[in-house]
Structure formats: C-alpha cells, structure tokens
Write a new protein. Structure first.
Length: 229
C-alpha cells in the first residue's frame, strides 16, 4: 500500500513538471488576471459625452428613421366629452382655440356621434369646400378632436369619462404654451377654471395644471420658465 502511494505521488509530480509555467508577458488567463482600465475609461467617457436624448442613452430608440415614416406627424388627440356646448365654450373662450370657426365638424347620424376639431391654426385660409376642408383639417398639427356621443349631456345616469389621472392611471394631460404662466393663471382664476396645480404649488415652480369641463388635465407653461425645469 505504501509503495503504491509513493508511485502515485511521483507520477503526479512528473505530470506537473510537464505543464509550462506562465511567463510575466503572457498571462495564463489574460481576461481574468489583467484588465485594461484605459478601455473602461474610454467607454465611460463616450457615454458621458453623449446627450441624454441620444439613442445610446435610450435603449429602444432608433437612430435612423424608417423611410416609410418620412411623412408622418402628430396630428390630433381625441377627448370624449359629455356636453359639446360646455366644452366648445371652454376651449374657444378660455383657451382661445378656433375662436372664429371650428377647424372642422363631422356628424355621423347613423352612429349618433359628432366630432369637433379645434386648434390654433388660422382658419381664414381653410377651404370652403367640405371635402377639401376635411383634408385641410387633417393636415394641421397638434389639434384636438372632441368626440360627443349624442345624449350624454342630458343623461342623468351618465357618470362621465375617466381622465387617466385616477386609478387605474393611464393618459396624463395635454400641454398649452402661453405668453406668461402667472398672468394666464390669474385670468383662469377669474374665469372660474378648476386648478390641479397653481404655478407656485409644489417643487416645480412656474407651471400649472388646470381641468377642462370633463376633468381632463391641461398643463400650462411659458417659454421663459420651461427651460429651467
């Protein structure tokens, strides 16, 4: 038994002598035994030099647009409203949209609903022809589409629409740029507009949130203060 143990030990020693020893210039496991700190510093510096809005800092954001989307643009946001008379008054008188005339109105008697398109575009140059007027309206940017399902304004059992800001939360708000947030909000107060947040409330000063007649939130801000957020 002793001679067998000695033989095994000698065999292991002989095998170990056959394995080449690593030199200082060529490590046996270079990826583990040595790191290149300069490479890491260059990577970090590259990330830091890129703006926060760049694709490298926003996974999923494509840097090259698909050619098929070349003519796309944001055209409308749709709100379901209870009473068009109340909503049209708010958006035209309080917010100044489509004061002279609506961008477009579409009625669908068979399905019993109407669409009211509003915005800040100059309607003086809008076509008078109905079909051309529709095409013109849908070529304008950042409009709102107020959808009225007939009868909700007089239905005592109608509970209103979800505004997205109570549970379960989803849609948040639209935003309106004004000349001066504080002056605009002073006017809104005189007009009896309901506030979610006044300009000096909370940590974000200089912006406000109001509600439209159906409870949808509208952010109010000006270009003098929005850049400081």
């Amino acid at each position: 038994m002793a001679s067998c143990s000695i033989s095994t030990t000698l065999l292991r020693f002989s095998l170990l002598r056959l394995i080449p020893k690593p030199t200082s210039s060529i490590p046996l496991f270079p990826s583990i035994s040595r790191k290149d700190p300069s490479r890491f510093r260059l990577f970090s510096a590259s990330m830091a030099s890129e703006p926060k809005e760049s694709p490298s800092n926003n996974p999923g954001l494509h840097s090259i647009p698909d050619e098929a989307t070349k003519g796309y643009f944001m055209q409308q946001t749709m709100f379901r409203i209870k009473d068009p008379k109340v909503s049209l008054d708010f958006y035209s008188r309080v917010l100044g949209m489509s004061v002279i005339v609506l961008l477009k109105r579409l009625d669908f008697p068979e399905m019993k609903f109407s669409l009211y398109f509003m915005g800040y575009e100059d309607t003086v140059s809008a076509p008078s022809n109905g079909t051309e007027r529709t095409v013109w309206t849908f070529s304008q940017k950042a409009t709102i589409e107020l959808t009225h399902n007939w009868g909700t304004e007089t239905d005592p059992d109608f509970k209103g629409y979800h505004n997205g800001n109570s549970e379960p939360r989803g849609f948040g708000h639209i935003g309106i740029t004004v000349d001066d947030t504080y002056k605009a909000c002073e006017r809104f107060e005189r007009l009896g507009v309901e506030f979610v947040k006044k300009p000096n409330d909370g940590k974000m000063k200089g912006i406000a949130f109001i509600k439209d007649p159906d409870g949808y939130w509208i952010e109010i801000f000006d270009l003098k203060t929005i850049g400081t957020l």
